[in-house]
Design a protein around this ligand. Sequence first.
Ligand code: 3HC
Length: 318
Amino acid sequence: MSEEQIKNLEAQFEARIARDEKIEPKDWMPEKYRKTHIRQMSQHAHSEIVGMLPEGNWITRAPSLRRKVALLAKVQDEAGHGLYLYSATETLGISRDELYEQLHTGKAKYSSIFNYPTVTWADMGAIGWLVDGAAIINQVPLCSTSYGPYARAMIRVCKEESFHQRQGFEIMIKLAEGTSEQKEMAQDALNRWWWPSLMMLGPTDSESVHTEQSMKWKLKRKSNDDLRQQFIDQTVPQAELIGLTIPDPDLKWNEERQSYDFGEINWDEFWQVVKGHGPCNKERMKARVGAWERGEWVRDAAMAYAEKQQTRKEKRAI
Ligand code: 3HC
């Protein structure tokens, strides 16, 4: 294809993005657009699947049948979110096996937030309330992202995320209204999950290598800092409502900005965790790679069955 033809295609593509048209798998797209979508969408999918591990750790120890059922449903939802997102990513011409290989070898990232331990039941509340709360703020704008399969996957995911956030906040309400030990457990979980939840929304805009281009392509609709501020402004009143204290001595309502000013985020910690040196990175990867290896026979059986079915179908067609 000549330079001229490529320039034409790029101009038409940019005009489609400007008109807020959805780009579909079979449409022409710049190679960089395709690549950055594979990057972000696959890492989103990996995050959903790895995100099942910290909460899965508490399913057998839930304090009641009702809590167990809600947590089980939430963890199953996350698996479904991962499958929607892997399927959406595959429309960009990459196989599921390649995606998993990228995760298992560390070539692909997953969200830093899932590298922290879940040490008490209150962590199930804090994760639902804070992590899924931040996820909703991050994912709602993605419902109008320019790539069709991603936007459509997000619409389904966001409906379920609201249940995740609600069940988490309800756990925190119950604990905060419970005995002094239970309230202390809820406060301890908030202390441990607050800052990692702020980091989950990505580095500051000045440090973000992808934001500018992702905003131009309407992959990203809000910047990391805007999403973070929205999350803080929404969450602080919720903590106050249940009598918990946000662990940030610099947190202060700014009347002029109509937003909260907040303290310095420990970006060294963030990058340490992103680079694989968080409290649970090794444990999470060991669990994921182990599940992949133990599941090989299931994949082989499913493939053999599919091939048998296909042969039968072809024989019947003769
Ligand atoms: N954890 C790990 N890596 C992170 C990160 C985080 N919290 N935030 C940023 N990074 C990485 C980026 O992936 C990028 O590295 P890469 O080039 O190797 O991909 C680098 O840090 C620079 O960051 P940028 O801000 O430039 O990257 P993005 O423009 O991709 O912004 C993002 C980061 C805001 C997380 C964006 O990728 C995004 O919105 N992704 C979709 C949502 C998502 O993945 N959420 C993760 C949690 S999933 C979840 O919450 C499930 C729920 O059910 C709990």
